[in-house]
Ligand binder design. Structure first.
Ligand code: GLU
Length: 384
């Protein structure tokens, strides 16, 4: 899952989109792209393989004025890193454009069906089916329903089209959608892949995490799974798949612009190495009590009696968190004298291990979003 940004307002969209993608670079990616709604009423797509700096150069060579747009950094799951496979992807005859984070598991079946209906695919990605599917659902609604007249009716029709498409997807998505015939409007939806909306006085921002918003606005709305948002320069309407329109909570973003970017370091690894003392202090703040000479783990909601019944601990994680778990194994065994095992979450989720009474599981993830770790957690919860 990589990066998504979106902007709808009065300023030039490309400026926020490029800066936003730069701030999402730390997540890693292989290609990037922007789609901007031009003043002539169509989409200008710019895509490059490699660094955001190349995308910025391409935009500088051929500027695309416009006040609404979306951008994406891709980490390929389906199809090689290439310009045609980079997002955003057009749908139908180009009246829809999308950027997608995540994986569409049933894309092959959908692609076959859409191809039989005459849709032409330009990429090898799973994501492109979402663009064509939304176009397909919109065409169906246009055929079945009277033409919507008011702004509210139009928005409802677009939202319904996206919802009809989402209902056919199996997999995960953070998704942003633009419609050629309805400028100044972004539809955003999420399931298993994060999305936030930044609320400004006469602009709205979308991003796959909060970092692009720092310095633009401190008002942030965290979308939850199965929520869909209709975003215009001055309006934000959030609905839930099952309950319909809901009132969203606007929270305060506590992230300074100086926390972002390289801050004078030549690259992120060096910056993070120098940040380690501060990061460790931040991590432990509030979790050590000098007064009682003990640690205070707010998140561990277990009584001392329950803890005494634990006779085995499983730590599950992926990547860097898995390495942290290996260190934890040594520490817990040394201090708590309880046997510990460290398991790759990507293995644990598909194995069928016996889980005895008295087993305590810790699932560790830096982002809180690691799909394998969440699945392992769900599976172990299911086993009691
Ligand atoms: N599955 C999509 C692709 O391969 C999106 C990957 C991503 O989240 O960056 O294009």
């Amino acid at each position: 899952m990589c990066g998504i940004v979106g902007y709808v307002g009065r300023a030039q969209a490309a400026e926020f989109l490029l800066e936003g993608l730069r701030r999402l670079e730390y997540r890693g990616y292989d290609s990037a792209g922007l789609a901007i709604m031009t003043e002539q009423g169509d989409f200008a797509l710019t895509k490059t393989v490699g660094r955001i700096a190349l995308l910025a150069e391409a935009i500088a060579d051929a500027p695309t004025p416009g006040t609404c747009g979306i951008g994406h950094t891709r980490w390929a799951t389906h199809g090689a890193p290439s310009v045609p496979n980079a997002h955003p992807h057009l749908g139908g005859d180009g009246r829809v454009v999308i950027a997608h984070n995540g994986v569409i598991e049933n894309y092959a079946t959908l692609k076959e069906r859409l191809a039989a209906d005459g849709y032409r695919f330009q990429s090898a990605t799973d994501s492109e089916v979402v663009a064509h599917l939304i176009d397909h659902c919109l065409s169906k609604l246009e055929g079945d329903e009277p033409t919507p007249k008011t702004g509210a009716e139009i928005q409802e029709q677009l939202q319904t089209a996206v919802q009809m498409a989402l209902a056919q997807l199996r997999g995960t998505y953070g998704l942003v959608v633009l419609f050629r015939d309805h400028p100044d409007l972004i539809v955003a939806a999420r399931l298993g892949s994060p999305l936030v909306v930044g609320v400004g006085p006469d602009a709205h921002y979308v991003a796959s995490d909060a970092s692009p918003l720092a310095g633009r606005t401190d008002k942030i709305v965290y979308l939850a799974d199965h929520q869909i948002a209709i975003i215009t320069p001055t309006g934000l309407h959030v609905s839930h798949r099952e309950t319909g329109q809901i009132s969203h909570r606007v929270e305060t973003l506590e992230l300074a612009e100086s926390d972002m970017g390289l801050n004078g370091f030549p690259h992120y690894m060096l910056k993070e190495i120098f940040e380690q003392p501060q990061s460790l202090a931040d991590t432990m703040r509030g979790r050590l009590s000098d007064e009682d000479a003990t640690s205070v783990f707010g998140g561990l909601n277990m009584s001392p009696q329950e803890l005494r019944q634990v006779n085995r601990i499983v730590l599950t994680a992926c990547g860097t968190s898995w390495h942290a778990a290996l260190v934890g194994e040594y520490l817990i065994e040394e201090f708590a004298r309880i046997p510990v095992e460290v398991e790759y979450a990507s293995e644990l989720r598909y194995r069928n291990p016996p889980v005895e009474q008295g087993t305590l599981l810790f699932a560790i993830t830096q982002s809180g979003e690691t799909a394998d770790t969440l699945a392992a957690l769900r599976e172990m919860k299911r086993k009691g």
